[in-house]
Ligand binder design. Structure first.
Ligand code: GLN
Length: 492
């Protein structure tokens, strides 16, 4: 048995029936971690703690008191603070940071019986789309053959750890697509919840009005297990929603157990007409249209929508995200937090040295751009204008959501690109064309595998819904996932 053959759902069944123990599942996971070392998915592994967690889970099963995710091997993106476990955000700045507290997300998952395998590699402070900007080296997409393919980013390590069968579930953060985009490149499911549904407390900040903790899994059902575990109000996060978290799991488990025929009768799915004329590779374009046909055959009605401001989302995002990040990263000054070079004589010298050494090139670029758009002469022209675009975009999407249950769109304009020296910052930013608009409007979105390209590379498609319609979105995604899986040449 390989752990790559298991899902959260099937592993829980084996654990409950006593066919496997948590320790056995942990051993499968550790074998895979060892085998797949060259992918560089982990910054830190927590093998000793995992062994203790698994023993505890086995006792819980023996005592017939298993918690929701008892014995499930999990990995956390290194943005989540974990008590007594190094947390780096992929940066030299936090190379030696060992938090004294546990983030709300990792704490909830711990309390529900998960077994922590380690902390995953990522773009520094969540900034990037190819996982090339990590102090701990780049990550490899498991689909790479002769050439090294991008695993996506910034949560590349989490996506790869699930896709390559090292763990069954992983956390990520999605500020502009960092869960959905790597999920798409690695052929797995990535869920970005409604902004505010999952607490950001204890999660290292990139851009606070956009950051969303979320989940990677092999199936929609597995991500529903994850979301159920981490959603809900948290008084420690000022932007945490007080709206009650829904039941994301029961309906899906029922559908899985019944295994009845699935159709989309009564569902209205929106397609944005402006996407037609946007940059999109032929293989993704084709996958979108064949999927649309397939869903139509299953009873879905497609509605054409217009989001005229969609093309402004990318520049608006890169203005707002960089402005917020420059403010959030100001705390790493070599005195209060992070890497410190004490050789400078003055405060300014010390700050300069510490920040120059501690931050990588991409982070420094973003801090400079971010402070520029906030500078008094540019604030109105850039930051305020971007904020206005954000509002207009939000309004356009709200009109669209009145006409449909959910919107189907590409997750990324392409399949995983080859990593070579033609990757420039602007080229990298353009990979986020279809993911960043959703962070700007705070909606939930899920990327599901839509099959492989002719070259054998995964293509993900994204479903987007109105804020706080996460349960409805997951149900529809589950149905679509099963309809797609029926297609020839497809599969997770
Ligand atoms: N690629 C985007 C960026 O670099 C999104 C990153 C993210 O979601 N953390 O900003």
């Amino acid at each position: 048995m390989k752990i790559s053959k298991l899902t959260v759902y099937s592993a829980l069944k084996l654990l409950k029936s006593g066919e496997m123990t948590a320790t056995e599942i942990l051993n499968l996971s550790l074998e895979a971690v060892e085998e797949k070392k060259e992918l560089n998915a982990f910054i830190t592994t927590t093998i000793e703690r995992a062994g203790k967690d698994a023993i505890c889970s086995d006792t819980m099963y023996k005592d017939k008191k298993p918690r929701l995710l008892e014995g499930i091997p999990i990995a956390h993106k290194d943005m989540f603070c974990t008590k007594n476990i190094k947390t780096t955000a992929g940066s030299k700045m936090l190379e030696n940071f060992v938090p004294q507290y546990e983030s709300t997300v990792s704490n909830k998952l711990k309390e529900l019986g998960t077994v922590l395998i380690g902390k995953t590699n990522q773009d520094e402070f969540g900034m990037g789309s190819n996982s090339l900007h990590s102090f701990f080296g780049s990550i490899k997409n498991p689909y790479s053959c002769k050439e090294t393919l991008s695993p996506g980013g910034s949560s590349g390590g989490s996506a790869v750890s699930v896709a390559s069968g090292q763990v069954l579930l992983a956390t990520g953060t999605d500020t502009g697509g960092s869960i959905r985009q790597p999920a798409s490149y690695n052929g797995i499911v990535g869920y970005k919840p409604t902004y505010g549904l999952v607490s950001r407390w204890g999660c290292i900040a990139y851009a606070s009005s956009l950051d969303c903790p979320g989940i990677f899994g092999k199936t929609v059902l597995d991500t529903a297990y994850g979301l159920t575990s981490i959603a809900g109000h948290d008084e420690k996060d000022g932007t945490s929603s007080t709206e009650e978290a829904e039941d994301y799991l029961t309906t899906l488990i029922k559908m899985e157990e019944e295994q009845g025929s699935i159709d989309l009768k009564g569902y209205k799915i929106g397609i944005i007409k402006e996407i037609e004329s946007m940059t999109l590779s032929d293989e993704v374009r084709e996958k979108l249209s064949t999927t649309k046909l397939k869903l139509e055959k299953s009873g879905a009605e497609f509605i054409e929508l217009s989001i005229p401001s969609l093309k402004f989302a990318l520049p608006a995002y890169y203005t707002i995200a960089l402005a917020e990040s420059s403010a959030n990263l100001a705390r790493y000054d070599g005195i209060r937090y992070g890497h410190s070079d004490t050789s400078g004589k003055t405060f300014i010298d010390r700050m300069k040295l510490s920040r120059t050494q501690g931050f990588g090139e991409e982070v420094q670029r973003r801090i400079i751009l971010g402070t520029t758009v906030l500078a008094s002469g540019f604030y109105d022209a850039y930051f305020i204008k971007a904020s206005k675009v954000r509002r207009v975009l939000y309004n356009e999407f709200q009109v669209a959501f009145k006409k449909c249950d959910s919107i189907l769109m590409p997750t990324t304009p392409n399949t995983a690109p080859v990593i070579d020296d033609t990757i420039s910052p602007l080229k990298e930013y353009s990979l986020d064309l279809f993911t960043v608009p959703i962070n700007l409007i705070g909606s939930p979105a899920i990327s599901i595998p839509a099959g492989l390209s002719d070259r054998g590379l995964p293509i993900g498609l994204q479903l987007v819904s109105k804020q706080f319609e996460d349960a409805k979105l997951l149900k529809l995604a589950y149905k679509i996932e099963h309809i797609i899986k029926g297609q020839k040449n497809d599969g997770v």
